[in-house]
Design a protein around this ligand. Structure first.
Ligand code: CMP
Length: 869
C-alpha cells in the first residue's frame, strides 16, 4: 500500500476523525445519567444523511477498496465534473455506479441489489450525494466518496498496483458482507422517507419485514400494511442519548430494532434494560399521561422504529395488546390491562392497573394519573385511596409520600428543568393529599402520622414560593383537619352502654347530640361479662379494647383464678350457639347478636356454657299500642333513625369487617350497630305478630307491616324494607294461615311483589335492578353489600405472584362507592305530621325483640296451633 494511502487508511480506521455530522450539539447525551435533560428526537430523519456518527471500520475499508478500483479504472464513471459551474471532484451518477457494481460482482444480479449495497455505504457516510439531499438512488444524482469531499482527506492520484491488488483482495473477501447489508440499508432508507414518498414496492418491502417483528406479531395483516407507511426509522449514534424524559408528554411508541436502552426512574436509577425486539412508550400514549420513565440509550448505534401519537391513536390504540407488564430488576412490578372507554372520559381506551407492588402503584398514580381527572376522581386513584389500608398501611403511605415530597434533598446541583420537575412532583403530592382527604374524610385525620405529615407539608408549602398556588389547597385541608379535631374534642369522652337486657347500644352520656353520632375507637362502652354460673361483672372499656384485655379483666373481677391462656371470651347467642373471639379482636360488645351475651370461660369448659333465661324473653322496649301509631309516621321515624346509623358507618368498616377487624386493630362498631338494627327490625315484626293472641289484631298488624314496608320503600330505606318483608316471610309468621287468609287480596298481592323484590335468586337481581334506578339519598340493603365484599374477598386472592391483586381492590372499592353514592345527598324527608313525634321516636329506637327462632316458632304455634287434617 502506498504511504499516502496508508495514511489515509489509518485516518479512516482510527475512526473518530471522519465525523458523520453528528456532534455533541446534535444529540444530548447522558453518559452518567442525569435524566432531566430535554431530548432532541430526530422527528424527521433524513434518508440522505448517515445513521452513524463515524463509519464503521468495515465500511470504511470497503469504501476505500471500491474507490481504489473505481479510480484505477480509467474508463470509470468516477470523474471530476462541473455542475452548475462548480467543479466536483471524483463524482459519479448513481446509475453508473450501479452499472459498475453489477459488472464487477457476479453475486449482484439486479440493479436494486447494487443500489442497496451503495446505500449501505451512504448510511455510514462513506459515500454521499454531492448536495447531501438524496439517499442512494439508481438515478443520475451524483455521488462521491467522503474522502473526495472538500475538507475531507487529501485527494489521491491513481492508486498504485499494490493498493489495487489489496483492494481487489478485500473486495473478493468482503463483498458478500456488503451484499447482505444491502436490503437492510434499503429498508432503513425507506423507513426514513416521509410516508407519501414511499412507493408501493417499497411499502411491500417494509411489510415483509414487519412480519418478523415480535412486538407486532399480534397485529393483523391489514394493520401491518398500514404501519408500513407510517413507521419511522430512528438511529441514535451515542450511548447515553436520552430518548425522552420521565414526565414528558408522550409523543411516540417505539420498538427497539438494535441495541438496548435503560429505563430510568427518578430516585431509583435504572430499573430495567430493554433489548432488541422490546417495545416501550405506549403507556403514556394510551393513558394520555406523562412518561413514567426516562429512556436512555445503553449502547452506541441503537436502531428504533417509531410510531407517532396521531398514527398510534388512529391505527393501534384500539387493537393494542391487552396486557402491559412493567418490570424492575427482572421482576414484574405493575401489570396493566386495557379497559373499554368509560362514559365521560375523553380517551378511547385506558390501561388500568390489574396488579402491582404497593410502591409502584403509588408511583404510577403520582407520576401519571394525577391532574388529568377532568370531572371527578380517576377511578384508579379512588380505588387506591379506598383500599390501600389492605396492602399499604397508612404509616407506610405517609412515609412514601414524604420521600416523594423531599426528593430534592438528595440532588445537588439543580438545573431549572430539574427544579421544574421537582416542583411538579411536590404539587402532585399535595394534590394526592387533598384527594385522599376528600375520599376518606375523617379516617385520614384519625391517624396521627397523617396529621403530622399535613402540618409538615403546610409549613413547607408556605416557605416555597414555587408552591404559591398550592397554599389554598393546603389551607383547605388544614381547615378540614381543624374542624375534625374540634369535633373530636367536643365529643371526647362519649360513653355507650350495652344494657343487660340486650337493648340496642345507646349513648349513655356525653355532650353529643343524639343524632349522627359516630362511635369512636376511644369512646367507652359499658357492658356485662358473664361466667358459666351466670354471675357477671360490669366493665367499662374503650371500644378498641382487645378481647384479650377484656378477658383478663373479667376473669380477675369474677375471680376465675386461671391464666389467660386457659381462658377465652365467647358470645353465647339466645339459641345457645357459641362463638369464640380472637384475642386480638376489638369492638367486642357492639359485635354481639341482638340477645347475645358475653361470657368468659375456661377453654375446656365451653360446652358447659348455657344461655341465660332472660335471653329467651323479649328485649325491653317501649310498651305502646302499635295500632294507634300512624304507619307512615313509623316509617318516617325508622328512616330518620336508620339514616343516622347508616351515616355513621365509614366505608373502611366494610373492609375491616370483610378482612377481619383484628387484622387492622380497628373497630367496626358503627357497622355492627347498623347490622344489629336490621335484625332488630326483622325480629320485631315476628315478635309482635307471634305475641298477639287476637286473630283480628294480628290481621290488622300484618296489614300495617305491609303498609310499613311500602312506606319504607317509598322513603328509599331499603334496609328497613328488606327487614320488614323478611320478618313477614319468617317461618313463624308465614305459617299463620288463619291470619293470612283474612288479609285482603289487594294486600296479599302487594306483599307478593315485595317478596319478589327481595328474592335472592340470580344474585338478588330484582333488587339490584330496582335500586340501580334510584337516586340518592337512599339506605341500601346492607347485608347484600357485605355479601358482595365477602364474595370479592373469598373469590380472589389479595396477592398474586407477590403483587397486590388490584382487581380485587377495585371490586371492593365499587361496593364501598355504593355507600358513598347512597348518601351523596342529605335526607330531607317531609314529616307526615308533627303530633306524636316524641312517642314514635322513642318507640322505634328500641323494639321489643325475641331473636330465638325456636321460641318464636313455639309462640306462633301457640297463637295458631297447626290445624289437624
Ligand atoms: P411510557 O410511560 O409511555 O414511557 C416510559 C416507558 O418505559 C413506559 O411507557 C414503559 O413502556 C417503559 N417501562 C418499562 N419498564 C418500566 C417501569 N418499570 N416503570 C415505568 N415504565 C417502564
Amino acid at each position: 500500500m502506498s504511504n499516502k494511502n496508508k495514511e489515509l487508511m489509518n485516518d479512516i480506521f482510527t475512526n473518530c476523525k471522519l465525523k458523520n455530522g453528528f456532534g455533541p450539539s446534535v444529540q444530548q447525551t447522558a453518559a452518567a445519567p442525569s435524566p432531566t435533560k430535554r431530548p432532541l428526537s430526530p422527528d424527521h430523519p433524513n434518508p440522505a444523511l448517515p445513521i452513524t456518527e463515524t463509519p464503521s471500520p468495515a465500511m470504511s475499508r470497503m469504501g476505500w477498496a471500491l474507490r481504489t478500483l473505481l479510480v484505477a479504472d480509467n474508463s470509470s464513471c468516477l470523474k471530476d465534473r462541473k455542475v452548475s459551474g462548480k467543479l466536483i471532484r471524483k463524482c459519479a451518477p448513481g446509475t453508473e455506479l450501479v452499472d459498475w457494481l453489477v459488472n464487477l460482482a457476479p453475486i449482484v444480479h439486479t440493479r436494486a441489489q447494487a443500489a442497496g449495497m451503495w446505500q449501505a455505504l451512504v448510511e455510514e457516510g462513506v459515500l454521499t450525494h454531492v448536495n447531501k439531499e438524496q439517499p442512494f438512488k439508481d438515478k443520475c444524482f451524483l455521488y462521491r466518496f467522503r474522502l473526495d469531499e472538500e475538507g475531507g482527506a487529501p485527494a489521491v492520484g491513481i492508486p498504485q498496483a499494490e493498493d489495487q491488488h489489496a483492494a481487489n483482495e478485500h473486495i473478493r473477501e468482503a463483498l458478500s458482507a456488503l451484499f447482505q447489508r444491502g436490503p437492510d440499508a434499503t429498508l432503513r432508507m425507506i423507513l426514513r422517507k416521509p410516508s407519501h414518498e414511499r412507493t408501493s414496492e417499497e411499502l411491500e418491502l417494509v411489510f415483509e419485514e414487519l412480519v418478523h417483528i415480535a412486538a407486532l406479531s399480534h397485529l393483523s395483516t391489514s394493520i401491518k400494511r398500514e404501519l408500513s407507511s407510517i413507521f419511522v426509522f430512528e438511529a441514535h449514534a451515542q450511548a447515553g442519548t436520552i430518548l425522552f424524559n420521565q414526565g414528558d408528554e408522550g409523543r411516540s411508541w417505539y420498538i427497539l430494532l438494535k441495541g438496548s436502552v435503560d429505563v430510568v426512574i427518578h430516585g431509583k436509577g435504572t430499573v430495567a434494560t430493554l433489548k432488541t425486539g422490546d417495545d416501550f412508550g405506549k403507556l403514556a400514549l394510551i393513558n394520555d399521561a406523562p412518561r413514567a420513565a426516562t429512556i436512555v440509550l445503553k449502547e452506541n448505534n441503537c436502531h428504533l422504529l417509531r410510531v407517532d401519537k396521531e398514527h398510534f391513536n388512529r391505527i393501534l390504540r384500539d387493537v393494542e395488546a391487552n396486557t402491559l407488564r412493567l418490570q424492575e430488576h427482572g421482576k414484574d412490578v405493575l401489570v396493566l390491562e386495557r379497559v373499554a372507554k368509560q362514559r365521560g372520559q375523553h380517551s378511547a381506551f385506558k390501561y388500568t392497573v390489574m396488579s402491582g407492588t404497593p410502591a409502584k402503584m403509588l408511583e404510577h398514580l403520582l407520576e401519571t394519573r394525577l391532574g388529568q381527572s377532568v370531572g371527578g376522581m380517576d377511578p384508579f386513584l379512588d380505588d387506591f385511596l379506598l383500599t390501600h389500608i389492605v396492602f399499604m398501611p397508612v404509616v407506610q403511605l405517609v412515609d412514601e409520600l414524604a420521600n416523594y415530597f423531599h426528593c430534592d434533598t438528595h440532588e445537588d446541583a439543580q438545573t431549572p428543568e430539574d427544579r421544574e420537575y421537582i416542583v411538579n412532583f411536590k404539587k402532585r403530592v399535595i394534590q394526592f393529599m387533598q384527594k385522599w382527604v376528600m375520599a376518606v374524610r375523617h379516617a385520614a385525620f384519625e391517624e396521627p402520622s397523617v396529621c403530622d405529615f399535613i402540618e409538615d407539608l403546610a409549613a413547607e408549602v408556605e416557605a416555597d414560593p414555587d408552591l404559591n398556588e398550592e397554599t389554598s389547597i393546603v389551607h383547605n385541608v388544614l381547615t378540614q383537619m381543624a374542624r375534625y379535631q374540634e369535633d373530636r374534642n367536643q365529643n371526647a369522652g362519649q360513653k355507650w352502654k350495652l344494657p343487660p337486657n340486650g337493648q340496642p347500644i345507646c349513648l349513655f352520656s356525653g355532650n353529643a347530640t343524639p343524632s349522627k353520632t359516630v362511635i369512636r375507637p376511644d369512646d367507652d362502652i359499658i357492658f356485662r361479662v358473664y361466667c358459666a354460673d351466670h354471675t357477671y361483672c360490669t366493665l367499662r372499656f374503650p371500644m378498641h379494647t382487645t378481647a384479650e384485655l377484656i378477658k383478663a379483666c373479667a376473669a380477675d373481677k369474677l375471680q376465675l383464678n386461671r391464666g389467660p391462656e386457659d381462658l377465652c371470651l365467647v358470645e353465647v347467642r339466645s339459641n345457645g350457639e357459641r362463638s369464640v373471639f380472637k384475642d386480638n379482636d376489638v369492638s367486642i360488645p357492639t359485635g354481639l347478636s341482638l340477645n347475645g351475651r358475653l361470657f368468659v370461660s375456661v377453654k375446656d369448659h365451653l360446652d358447659a356454657l348455657t344461655q341465660l333465661q332472660e335471653q329467651e324473653c323479649p328485649t325491653e322496649g317501649v310498651d305502646i299500642d302499635l295500632e294507634i301509631l300512624s304507619t307512615k309516621e313509623l316509617a318516617y321515624h325508622i328512616t330518620l333513625f336508620e339514616w343516622d346509623l347508616f351515616y355513621a358507618v365509614h366505608e373502611y368498616e366494610l373492609l375491616y369487617h370483610t378482612f377481619g377487624r383484628h387484622h387492622f386493630g380497628k373497630i367496626t362498631a358503627n357497622l355492627d350497630v347498623f347490622l344489629r338494627r336490621f335484625n332488630e327490625v326483622q325480629y320485631w315484626i315476628v315478635t309482635e305478630l307471634v305475641s298477639t293472641p287476637s286473630l283480628s289484631k294480628r290481621v290488622g298488624l300484618v296489614r300495617k307491616f305491609i303498609k310499613l314496608a311500602a312506606y319504607c320503600k317509598e322513603y328509599q330505606n331499603l334496609n328497613a324494607f328488606f327487614a320488614v318483608v323478611m320478618g313477614l316471610s319468617n317461618m313463624a309468621v308465614s305459617r299463620l294461615q288463619q291470619t293470612w287468609e283474612k288479609i285482603p287480596s289487594k294486600f296479599r298481592k302487594i306483599f307478593q311483589e315485595f317478596e319478589a323484590l327481595i328474592d335472592p335468586s340470580r344474585n338478588h337481581r330484582a333488587y339490584r335492578v330496582f335500586v340501580g334506578k334510584l337516586q340518592p339519598p337512599l339506605i341500601p340493603f346492607m347485608p347484600l353489600l357485605l355479601k358482595d365484599m365477602t364474595f370479592a374477598h373469598e373469590g380472589n386472592k389479595t396477592s398474586l405472584d407477590g403483587l397486590v391483586n388490584f382487581e380485587k381492590m377495585h371490586m371492593m372499592a365499587q361496593t364501598m362507592r355504593t355507600i358513598r353514592f347512597c348518601r351523596s345527598r342529605s335526607l330531607g324527608l317531609e314529616p307526615p305530621s308533627p303530633k306524636s313525634e316524641g312517642e314514635v321516636r322513642s318507640y322505634i329506637s328500641s323494639f321489643r325483640v325475641i331473636d330465638n327462632q325456636r321460641v318464636l316458632t313455639a309462640m306462633s304455634q301457640k297463637v295458631e296451633p297447626t290445624r289437624k287434617l
